[in-house]
Design a protein around this ligand. Structure first.
Ligand code: PGA
Length: 251
């Protein structure tokens, strides 16, 4: 099976209305010529503004987080999946390392959020990845296997079949030091193998994104990996030019 390439932007807590408008204008002009699927995850408050700006562009919308709770109710400050779908989101990032490290999201919370996303009709982009310490101690595969195992134990098959997995080595995020193409491909092949041990159909179709200092000048080499199906891009997604250049590198 040939999988489509997916290019996802993650603005994190960045941007303002003017930047959203400029980005939407640039993508509306140039996104049509790009063959990869594209999406951008902006802060909640800018989703509708970006959706309006991208109305005629083949670029999907996403959010960076959602509540683990499905039903509305007394959860001050939270936003559920149905609300995200309501304002035009099709994707949501779940379990980004910043949320795991700064906001205490455990594997169980991440699995609950992935399930909540799929219940709302959204595609969760579930992030996994090891710290530098873990890599240097040769624990990368064990850490990733445990993160995947938690997902497989707690999510139903519909959630697992819908999810996109993003491999984001923590040491590569925002550092300017991307994983090498070989490191990324090795881990992606490992992840696909782990999934295949449980469900061969999902393993064949699941999109595995690489994230961590992806830039226009390293994207093509990373995308050459047979199991690298695209990228989750932080810093380089804030400017339309670099985001589009990375999307063009999918070939
Ligand atoms: P980066 O961030 O591209 O700025 O390294 C990636 C991410 O955190 O999703």
């Amino acid at each position: 099976m040939s999988r489509r390439m997916l290019i996802a932007g993650n603005w994190k807590m960045n941007g303002d209305a003017a930047q959203v408008d400029a980005f939407a204008r640039a993508l509306s002009a140039d996104a049509g010529a790009i063959s990869a699927d594209m999406l951008v995850c902006v802060p909640f408050v800018y989703v509708e503004r970006l959706a309006a700006g991208l109305a005629d562009a083949p670029v999907a919308l996403g959010a960076q987080n959602l509540a683990a709770e499905v039903d509305p109710g007394a959860f001050t400050g939270e936003v559920n999946g149905a609300m995200l779908a309501d304002v035009g989101c099709r994707y949501v990032i779940v379990g980004h390392s910043e949320r795991r490290a700064l906001y205490g999201e455990t594997d169980a919370v991440v699995a609950a959020k992935a399930s909540a996303a799929v219940a709302a009709g959204l595609t969760p982009i579930v992030c996994v990845g090891e710290t530098l310490e873990q890599r240097e101690a040769d624990q990368t595969e064990a850490v990733l296997a445990a993160q995947l195992a938690a997902l497989f134990e707690q999510c139903d098959r519909a959630t697992l079949a819908a999810a996109v997995i993003a491999y984001e080595p923590i040491w590569a995020i925002g550092t300017g030091h991307s994983a090498s193409p070989e490191q990324a491909q090795d881990v992606h092949a490992f992840l696909r193998g782990q999934i295949a041990d449980r469900d061969a159909t999902i393993a064949e179709s699941v999109l595995l994104l690489y994230g961590g200092s992806v830039k226009p000048d390293n994207a093509a080499a990373l995308f050459a990996g047979a199991d690298v199906d695209g990228a989750l891009i932080g810093g380089a997604s804030l400017k339309a030019d670099s985001f589009l250049d990375i999307a063009r590198a999918t070939g």
